[in-house]
Design a protein around this ligand. Structure first.
Ligand code: ADP
Ligand code: MG
Length: 244
């Protein structure tokens, strides 16, 4: 029987030394779905994303990408090529233009020709509204524009899903909106996305499902409107209301 989930996380545990960070986290993500994880700082949200791409391997638990158990695979580089990652601090190369930053993965990892890579990169820049900035260096771009280049770079690799780790946390409020708009469009286009954010308006209006985490556990998950209006747990209510 074909699996329905694109990503499935089962009973994830992770500790840093004696600091038990993830204490049994399970959820799954279907193709085309956007899930948003919210929760206080230090609760293990980034650790989940880092476990998925095995920047830090989980101590216990299983992660599947479609039918492949990626926690066990030896071909982690192949897995990473299928998962886009957008970080808080952009991670662009300062010596490369916007176009160059997107092309580098295409030519080096995907072995595309320069011409094909440039064409694809330009298309992705267009998709995030930055076609005119292809020759700009990161130092010539605003934070919001840099993050949109980061998203275009992830998209160009044609990933099965994209992980976002607080993509707007280092941006001024007036630049946050342009990045969230790009993300909203991607969600509407059917991209599969797992998003860690503190942007409650985005979480409420874009997420197909919202996950509230605290203390290494999922406290509550479900329809965002339900969590915002009738949360089952008092902690969910307190957390969501303190930020909206
Ligand atoms: P969140 O993203 O929810 O803010 P993190 O997953 O970044 O939380 O961190 C969870 C906990 O793990 C925190 O207590 C943090 O200090 C700790 N931690 C994260 N990364 C490391 C690391 N590389 N080494 C040691 N402790 C870490
Ligand atoms: Mg984090």
């Amino acid at each position: 029987m074909p699996t329905k989930h694109l990503l499935k996380i089962e009973d994830l545990h992770h500790s840093f030394g004696s600091n038990q960070v993830l204490k049994g986290v399970s959820f799954s993500l279907n193709k085309g779905e956007t899930k948003v994880i919210v929760g206080p700082s230090g609760t293990g949200k980034s650790t989940i994303l880092n476990n998925i791409i095995r920047l830090v391997p989980p101590d216990q638990g299983k992660i599947y990408l479609e039918d492949t158990e990626i926690t066990a695979t030896k071909k982690i580089n192949e897995v990473r090529q299928q998962i886009g990652f957008v970080f808080q601090d952009f991670g662009l190369f300062n010596h490369l233009t916007a176009l160059g930053n997107i092309m580098v993965g295409l030519t080096k990892v995907k072995k595309m020709t320069k011409q094909a890579a440039a064409e694809l990169a330009l298309n992705e820049l267009d998709r995030v509204g930055l076609k005119e900035f292809s020759d700009s260096y990161p130092s010539q771009l605003s934070g919001g524009q840099k993050q949109r280049v980061g998203i275009a770079r992830a998209l160009a690799m044609q990933p099965k899903l994209i992980l976002f780790d607080e993509p707007t946390s280092s941006l001024d409020p007036e630049l946050t909106g342009e990045v969230l708009k790009v993300m909203r469009n991607l969600a509407e286009d059917g991209m599969t996305m797992l998003v860690v954010t503190h942007e409650m308006g985005f979480a409420r209006s874009v997420a197909d499902e919202l996950i509230f985490m605290e203390g290494g556990h999922i406290i509550e998950q479900g329809d965002p409107e339900q969590l915002f209006t009738e949360p089952v747990h008092q902690r969910t209510r307190e957390f969501l209301f303190q930020l909206t």
